[in-house]
Design a protein around this ligand. Structure first.
Ligand code: C2E
Ligand code: CA
Ligand code: CA
Ligand code: CA
Length: 275
């Protein structure tokens, strides 16, 4: 690894390198992938808790790194966030989702994840507006999902950014609820249209009966603010039943469908239409 230091400044410290080396290589390859249009988008259904029909589809980015295979978004999204690559990446995913949504029934909503790095840019709302215009998408079909991080860091700016997006007619959801520190009060404070319960809370149902009481109370609080709740990471029928009983109106998880290529989700809708 030492000769990999060629051409670098003399302050190169051999001790900290492997990690940084890998990160730099990952970043370079990711940059290439974005430039070459090599990223893919997978689509996962969200179903109505009452009749199990597909009510929305979440777009999830996928990267098949040459020579390494599939890299998890949990690995490369944080790198994209610290390098500015998240901006082109995020806009690409939004555009792909809007393009594919033409193949879905008009009532099926589009969910797209956004990171603070995108959201922080004052031009973001305009960029989103441009994509909606160019793809001819009804803005009210789109829900942007965001996690709490930036809300805590910079509540003032976050509120403004959310307001700009809502002014375009988009909806916003608080993602990964229960995985961090966000409280139900955030829903009102930031004007969220939906809350998504993190998979960790769903898994906790297996551990204790208190988990169920807590989940039920949390969902009830959100609903008392008129904010509907999606539960994520549902893999079993018993989980689906409990979350429905707790008041979640939408469910998402492998039980209903894994993230799949565009052709596969489109085929599901084509089949439904033809039936
Ligand atoms: P997320 O937004 O919470 O997305 C849900 C994750 O849970 C996805 O992982 C999905 O594949 C996985 N999942 C769904 N149902 C189940 C289930 O029943 N069981 C289990 N074990 N997992 C399930 P994925 O696709 O690996 O994405 C991980 C995270 O990366 C996402 O979490 C999101 O935070 C981020 N991410 C993915 N795509 C994008 C993107 O386009 N932009 C941004 N900013 N972040 C993204
Ligand atoms: Ca999400
Ligand atoms: Ca989530
Ligand atoms: Ca997550």
């Amino acid at each position: 690894a030492k000769d990999a230091g060629r051409g670098r400044c003399m302050c190169y410290e051999p001790g900290m390198d492997a990690d940084r080396e890998t990160r730099n290589e990952l970043e370079l390859d990711l940059r290439q992938a974005i430039e070459n249009g090599d990223l893919r988008v997978a689509f996962q259904p969200l179903v109505s808790a009452s009749n199990r029909e597909i009510v929305a589809v979440e777009a999830l980015v996928r990267w098949n790194r040459p020579g390494h295979g599939a890299v998890s978004p949990d690995v490369f999204i944080p790198i994209a966030e610290t390098t500015g690559l998240i901006e082109p990446l995020g806009l690409y995913v939004l555009r792909r989702a809007c393009e594919e949504a033409h193949h879905w029934p008009a009532g099926v909503n589009i969910a797209v994840n956004i990171s603070p790095g995108q959201f922080r840019n004052p031009a973001f709302a305009d960029q989103v507006g441009a994509i909606i215009g160019e793809t001819g998408t009804d803005a009210s079909r789109i829900t942007l999902e965001m996690t709490e991080g930036y809300l805590i860091q910079n509540p003032e700016r976050a509120r403004q950014a959310i307001d700009r997006l809502k002014a375009l007619g988009l909806r916003v959801a608080l993602d990964d609820f229960g995985a961090g520190f966000a409280s139900v009060g955030y829903l009102r404070q930031f004007g969220f249209d939906r809350m998504k319960i993190d998979r960790s809370l769903v898994l906790a149902l297996d551990e204790s009966s208190r988990a169920r009481d807590m989940l039920q109370a949390t969902v009830a609080l959100a609903r008392s603010l008129d904010i509907p709740v999606t539960a994520e990471g549902i893999e079993r029928e018993d989980q689906a039943m409990i979350l429905h009983l707790c008041g979640c109106d939408e469910l998402q998880g492998y039980l209903f469908g894994k993230p799949m290529p565009a052709e596969a989700i489109n085929a599901i809708f084509a089949g439904t239409d033809g039936a």
